[in-house]
Each structure stands twice: as structure tokens, then as C-alpha cells.
Design a protein around this ligand. Structure first.
Ligand SMILES: Nc1nc2c(c(=O)[nH]1)N[C@H]1C(S)=C(S)[C@@H](COP(=O)(O)O)O[C@H]1N2
Ligand SMILES: [Mo]
Length: 438
């Protein structure tokens, strides 16, 4: 049987790619999205039509007939035609811009690496501007020899480079009660994946001679105004945790912790303390203010789960996704990302009918532990309504839960660590929107 020849479907970016969002109330933001939706889509279609025919084959465009610009030694920037591909501020969730977040535009990215300039930023007390020569890392507590390291000291230790994701424990929290945000940038964009370079924490703990008998927990502290502090267990510290200075081949960006940050692969975002200035080795959890107030899970029985460290397996379709518009029927490549804080992704299935039928997706190499994995699935859209979902399984056999399964365990009282299956609805007119399928 011969397949119909695929016709490559066209997708228009989400309308919000054309709209400024800052300074709007949440309500106004969604009203604007609703109002701007159709107009923005037709503007985008018109934009294509406005491309000057005189610059298209068989004509020779002006830029092929004259010398181009000279080489540029300044730090490289994306094409100006990509200027809408940016991090976006939260739609009125946080009262200040210092304790706030900007989200990664997952819908516009390829592969598994998040460009540093698009990696989400989550700060609790603003972003400090740190001169690396005025920064130190102190390691003390249950150690033979407490030490204070300069950044140059850290750079002299044997280094490793590893690709890992960082996901905020509050990622997708806006999906818990009802779906309230329109695009994958907001539903899943507190997520990034980079090649990180630094020193294994175990190397530094050996250097200070940590107390092997008594050491059970480590406190990490940042040099920002939040003095953000988090406890991590010694098992993770000795396994694959790193003190990082490099991200995607260059020094960390200020927003991601320049000049030093802790990276605890697979752990919730907040464990990856930025602007790291202190590590204290102890024999019990430190129970800091941050750890009782933020990222703790109020369970259905009324008890609070205080230390949820690991981000469980999760996946999402990034294209087509909410806010986008399918312009015609035919072939579409469904693509997205899967990840697990417990190791590698083993399998991703895709459904186009809201979870009734599942089909295996192709996984793109490399499939790395505690890193994003790209998946793809070929789809022919015949113009009928569809409900697009992805579901992943990690190497421990853990299966990403449905919304109903997640609620059965977690109840409705807390919002953190939400990893349920995401649904995008495709209407017959090609509009893609965020819906919840229990
Ligand atoms: N010192 C310090 N470290 C911090 C934070 C902070 O506000 N201060 N935010 C944490 C949170 S909640 C998350 S999700 C991650 C986000 O990392 P990113 O901003 O590099 O994406 O950093 C964590 N480390
Ligand atoms: Mo976070």
C-alpha cells in the first residue's frame, strides 16, 4: 500500500509572539490574546504575502548583487528576523519583577540544547551583578579543613562537561487546577537543557576532607539578596552534583548563576543554587525558611512533603502546541521533549485522539541521563478535531501519569511537581489550544 505523498503542513506562530505581555493583568493578557488571535494570524499570513516578489527567483535579490556587511567581532546575535523568539515574563503571576520568572520559548526550539540567551530565569531576590574576582566559595561544616576558594581555584580543578536539564519544581503549576495559560512557553517553559562544565562536588568534598562517617546533608547558599539556601542529600552530592562555571561552551550567564552555581542533575530547579558562595556539610537537613515556604507539597492527608527533590518523568509536545494555527491539512511532524530526573527516557508514545490510541514516537540520539530527549511522530491531519498528547516512560519503568492519576496521589491542595500528560486540542479550523483531558 502506498502512502499518500506528504504535503508539508504550515504552522503559524502563536499570536502572543506578536504581543507584548508585560504590565497587563492576567485577565487583560488573556483577553488580548483572544482578541489578537485571529488578527495576529492573518497579519502573519499577510506578512508572507508581502515578501517582495522582485527578490524571489527567477530574479536576483539585491543582497546577491553587492558586498555584504564586514565581518563582526562583537558577540554574535540572532538574525533580526528572529526577534520574536524570546523569553517571556509571567502573565501577572508575581507581584515584583525581582522575585519572578521568564519562560523558555520551547515552541521555537530544535533538538535538545537550550540556547543560553533563551534559558528560563527564575530569581527570588533579583539577579546580582557579580565581579568574579570579588566572589568566593566557602566549604565548611563537617570537614577536616574548611576552605575558601576563588573562582580561579575552582577553574584549576579537574573538570567534567555534561548535558542536563534544569526544571523548576513549579513548572506547569498553572495546569494543576484548570488550564489557564495558552502556550507551551507558559505551561512548560520553566525548563532548559545545557551542556554544563565544572568540577564534580565530590572532588571538592575530598579536597576539604569531609567527614565520611557523619556527613549526610549539604547546605548550599547563593550570594543573591535572597541568600537562597537549599539542603541536598550527601548521596546526590557524591554522585553527579557539580559546581558549575560553564554553560554551552562559555561562562555561565549572569541570569543563570555567574560565576558559580550548583548543579544537582535531576533535582528540582531550586536545588541548583545560583551565584553559589557557601556549602556547609552537616548531619541533618537544614530546614531553612526557603525549604518550608517554597516547593513543599501539601498532600491530601493534610501533611506537607517538605523535600521533594527529584523531578519525575515528564513529556510535552512542543509543536503543534497551544496558540499555534495549522494553516492546511496534510503532513505535520509532531515533535516534543521528554525527560526524567531518575535517568534516561526509555520510550515516548503519542496519541492524536486524547489517549485512546497510543503510537510509539521516534527518539532522537543522544538519549542522555537526566537530559531532555527529543521525540518525533509523523501525522497526517485530515481536518477533523484532534487531541494531541505525549506520554513517556523512563528507564526505571515509571510511566508519566494522566491528570486523574496525578490528582489521585497529590490531591488538589498543592501545585508543585506537576508532571501529568499535557493535551493540545486541534479544532477543524486548525486552531490549537490548551485543554485538560482527565
Ligand atoms: N541563589 C539563587 N539560586 C537559585 C534561585 C534563586 O533565586 N537564587 N532560583 C532557583 C530556582 S527556583 C530555579 S527554578 C533555578 C532556575 O535556574 P535558572 O534561572 O538558571 O533557569 O535556579 C534556582 N537557584
Ligand atoms: Mo524553581
Amino acid at each position: 500500500m502506498s502512502e499518500p505523498k506528504p504535503r508539508y503542513g504550515r504552522i503559524v506562530l502563536a499570536p502572543e509572539d506578536f504581543l507584548p505581555t508585560r504590565g497587563l493583568s492576567r485577565r487583560a493578557f488573556f483577553d488580548l490574546l483572544a482578541a489578537g488571535g485571529a488578527a495576529a494570524v492573518s497579519a502573519a499570513v499577510a506578512g508572507r504575502a508581502q515578501a517582495d516578489d522582485a527578490n524571489l527567483p527567477p530574479h536576483v535579490p539585491p543582497w546577491s548583487k553587492r558586498l555584504g556587511a564586514p565581518v563582526n567581532a562583537a558577540y554574535g546575535q540572532p538574525s533580526p528576523y528572529e526577534r520574536n523568539i524570546i523569553r517571556r515574563e509571567d502573565p501577572g503571576l508575581t507581584p515584583t519583577r525581582e522575585a519572578s520568572v521568564v519562560f523558555t520559548p520551547l515552541q521555537n526550539l530544535f533538538g535538545i540544547i537550550t540556547p543560553s540567551g533563551l534559558h528560563f530565569e527564575r530569581d527570588h531576590g533579583g539577579r546580582p551583578d557579580i565581579n568574579p574576582y570579588e566572589h568566593r566559595l566557602m566549604i565548611h561544616g563537617l570537614v577536616r579543613q574548611p576552605k575558601i576558594y576563588t573562582v580561579e581555584d575552582i577553574l584549576r580543578f579537574p573538570s567534567v562537561s555534561r548535558i542536563h536539564f534544569i526544571e523548576c519544581g513549579a513548572n506547569s503549576a498553572m495546569e494543576v487546577r484548570n488550564v489557564s495559560v495558552p502556550t507551551v512557553q507558559y505551561t512548560h517553559g520553566m525548563l532548559g537543557c545545557s551542556e554544563f562544565t565544572g568540577v564534580l562536588l565530590s572532588t571538592l568534598l575530598d579536597d576539604v576532607g569531609y567527614d565520611k562517617k557523619r556527613a549526610r546533608f549539604i547546605l548550599a547558599e547563593g550570594a543573591d539578596a535572597a541568600s537562597l539556601t537549599r539542603t541536598i542529600p550527601i548521596e546526590a552530592a557524591l554522585d553527579d552534583a557539580m559546581v558549575v562555571y560553564g554553560q554551552n561552551g562559555e561562562m555561565l550567564r549572569p541570569e543563570n548563576g555567574y560565576p558559580l552555581r550548583l548543579l544537582v542533575p535531576g533535582f528540582q530547579g531550586i536545588s541548583n543554587v545560583k551565584w553559589l558562595r557557601r556549602l556547609k556539610v552537616g548531619d541533618q537537613p537544614f530546614n531553612t525558611r526557603e525549604e518550608t515556604l517554597h516547593y513543599s507539597d501539601l498532600m491530601p492527608d493534610g501533611k506537607t512533603r517538605q523535600y521533594t527533590w527529584i523531578q519525575e518523568a515528564k513529556s510535552v509536545i512542543t509543536s503543534p502546541s497551544g496558540g499555534q494555527q495549522l494553516l492546511d491539512r496534510g503532513y505535520y511532524q509532531i515533535t516534543g521533549l521528554a525527560w526524567s530526573g531518575r535517568g534516561k527516557i526509555r520510550r515516548v508514545d503519542v496519541s492524536t485522539d486524547g489517549g485512546r490510541n497510543w503510537h510509539p514516537a521516534r527518539l532522537q540520539d543522544p538519549i542522555l541521563s537526566k537530559a531532555l530527549t527529543r521525540f518525533r511522530f509523523d501525522w497526517h491531519w485530515d481536518g477533523s478535531p484532534a487531541l494531541l498528547q505525549s506520554r513517556c516512560i523512563d528507564e526505571t519503568g515509571y510511566v508519566q501519569p494522566t491528570v486523574t492519576q496525578w490528582r489521585a496521589v497529590r490531591g488538589t491542595r498543592s501545585i508543585y511537581h506537576y508532571n501529568a500528560i499535557q493535551t493540545w486540542k486541534v479544532d477543524p479550523d486548525g486552531k490549537v489550544s490548551n485543554v485538560q483531558v482527565a
